[in-house]
Design a binder for this molecule. Sequence first.
Ligand SMILES: Cc1cc2nc3c(=O)[nH]c(=O)nc-3n(C[C@H](O)[C@H](O)[C@H](O)COP(=O)(O)OP(=O)(O)OC[C@H]3O[C@@H](n4cnc5c(N)ncnc54)[C@H](O)[C@@H]3O)c2cc1C
Length: 539
Amino acid sequence: MMGGLVSKLQSQQKIYDLFVVGGGINGCGIARDAAGRGMSVALAEMNDLASATSSASTKLFHGGLRYLEYFEINLVRHALTEREVLLRAMPHISWPMRFVLPYHKDMRFEGSTPTSRILNTLMPWMKGRRPAWLIRFGLMLYDNLGGRKILPATKTLNLKNSVEGAPLEDRFEKAYEYSDCWIEDSRLVVLNARDAEARGADILVRTKVISAARVDDVWEVTVEDVASGDQRVLSARMLVNAGGPWVGDIIQQKVRINSTEGVRLVRGSHIVTRRLYDHDKCYFFQGTDGRIIFAIPYETDFTLIGTTDAEHSDPGTKPECTPEERDYLLNFINQYLKADISAEDVVWTYSGVRPLYDDGASSATAATRDYTLKVDSTGGAPILNVFGGKITTYRKLAEDAMEKIVPFFPGTLGHWTAGVALPGGDFAVDGFDALVARLNEDYPFLSPFWARRLVRAYGTESWSVLGDAAQQADLGQTFGATLTEREVTWLIDHEYARSAEDIVWRRNKLGLRLEKEEIAELERFVQSETAVNNAQAAG
Ligand SMILES: Cc1cc2nc3c(=O)[nH]c(=O)nc-3n(C[C@H](O)[C@H](O)[C@H](O)COP(=O)(O)OP(=O)(O)OC[C@H]3O[C@@H](n4cnc5c(N)ncnc54)[C@H](O)[C@@H]3O)c2cc1C
């Protein structure tokens, strides 16, 4: 039970129920869930929302087909079930995708998985290969473990003379096609933060947690405004450490509690090329080293390829796609595609660090992708540390986190987030095209690309973004690639954007289309707008 003695200073200021450190998907998901239950919540993010791992994923709501090899049945089941729950709540930023898995009898699978060990005993002559029936069996499980209403089932494809086979080397004759979903990861984070704020949470961006100390039953959290260096102390009854790659740093350096829990940092990089093939399905490629990579249609004109697994020593070192990782992905893809691609075809790369719960697995690929939640209340006010997790399981993780939190706050409401739309997502799961058509009717000056881009980003809120504009000129200055002053101002006012980078790489991906000078012009505009806003707030 919380409450009790508080210092005189604290009693004069607001004491939050929950203080969340970290504005990635897990921090924002927990903040939203808690705020929706009536708790008072503050969240501090030292940079931009989703500026770390949560904007650097492969961007799939997926069960994780390859985890079946590790018998991670629970993780796969939960994630599969979750796909459709999430899809319904955000049909603007998430949509179904079909994945083509070309089959070839010589493909090798990772040798150390439990499945490999069993097969090596029962069918030693296979030497790391998988019989087609086993892959079909895995996909049958994948189809049925989590239930499906929206997503279509697996089917077998003949790659000869088919659009899916056309880009592939001739030795691939057969493939399996199954379902998963796409998710705009960084927008998912921002929409959770906005919804948390709409339900009463205080979202503090560019605000770093410097230290937190237990004073009787309350946490005193010292935060620093990263731009000004100003520090202040906020109080909360419970702390949530959702620092992702920094979870250990927060435990040891900021909060200074004893914990034996560890996090394993595993870097994953992606490369982006111009569009490599002419259909809207993804490929799931199996490599000779047993790893898998995806090739995914991306931002209409591009292809996204990833990912890698490399140990990463320090969360403070900015993850970057190394030339070796880039070449690894290029070689991988060239074993499947007829067209040979090289470093010159790469237009962008990005890299992120998976904060995996350290379960002692030998390889980075084998480390569990499931999450672990640990509460420490031995020294007074409680802290919840979040290890691991996937974008796909963020809502379930938040619910499970709340199971750990509510015992300290008797009377708190129960689960509520399943199926509740995120901002802009309050339309039918198959209603995207109709919404684009409506937007185009109301704003006939929008090009098809522009209208689709807006509905993908803002859904039913596209009307709020465009307001009363009757023609393009009403939207103010243009920055290129359909980005206008009105949209930028909206992002500053409603979506915590503070720099051009926030806008062109996390609120949208127009960085792929804008020239350097255009981004520099946008940066000048954003800085002058935020300076005006700050002056108004101060005066
Ligand atoms: C290459 C790659 C591919 C992936 N693909 C998928 C996928 O396709 N599907 C899927 O479901 N999952 C995927 N994942 C997993 C998923 O991206 C992560 O599990 C998830 O983003 C982790 O979110 P998080 O909130 O825990 O961490 P983060 O997003 O890293 O957020 C932590 C935040 O805490 C902030 N912070 C740290 N210290 C402080 C401090 N002292 N004060 C204030 N703020 C602080 C950081 O700035 C950061 O923004 C992938 C991960 C990687 C790396």
